[in-house]
Design a protein around this ligand. Sequence first.
Ligand SMILES: [Zn+2]
Ligand SMILES: [Zn+2]
Length: 243
Amino acid sequence: MKITHDMHTHTTYSHGKNTIAEMVEQGRKIGLEAITISDHGRSHPVFGVRKKNFAKMRAEIDALNQKYDDIDIYLSVESNIIGANGDIDIKEEEKKYCDWISAGYHYGYFPASIKDIFVFALPNYAARVLPFLRKAVVEMNTRTYIKMMERYDIKLITHPGDKMPINIEAVAKAAAEHGVILEINPRHNHLNAEEIKIAMKYPVSFAINSDAHSIAALGDMRAAPEVVKAAGIPITRIVNITD
Ligand SMILES: [Zn+2]
Ligand SMILES: [Zn+2]
């Protein structure tokens, strides 16, 4: 089992160790057909891509696509989920440079509003140590994911449910309706085998990505083949894998 298109990779434009050119060079070396550069969305004060860099990244990627005909290079952004209403931190001025958009939940972002600090960000932290909050937080987070899919044209949800517990059944159903791919991210252990088993009841697609932050990790599936085997999911449902 091998990744053909690594759809989730980071570079020095957020907190990756290597440049776009170095990641692409490595992608060619390991025989990737395609690579997507997806650095973090702007609302992360440390990791977020600076607004002014999107044009630069686009130009670098266009030049590399001109230079190489053995690999396709795409620009995306791993936007942050920043509000209970499904807000993500991508604006038109950035989106226009991207080939497609992914979204995931991370710590340390600026919430969409003051209210979201109290109704969204803090409850997600608190539910980790206060189990009685978990049910309400899961219901809220599930609504958030569904609203996000309704509001934005997202191709992929990265590490679904990581740091933000969800009802995977409801999210998978909505993802199938909206044509959104759910990621099997072995770096974060979401989706895991149990979650895939539930999600695959719906006609949703999956992708396995490395979430590489350096050339050494590019295309690395870690435990994903075992996870896929344990879930019993047909490989044809994973969009970026070959035998
Ligand atoms: Zn992420
Ligand atoms: Zn990532």
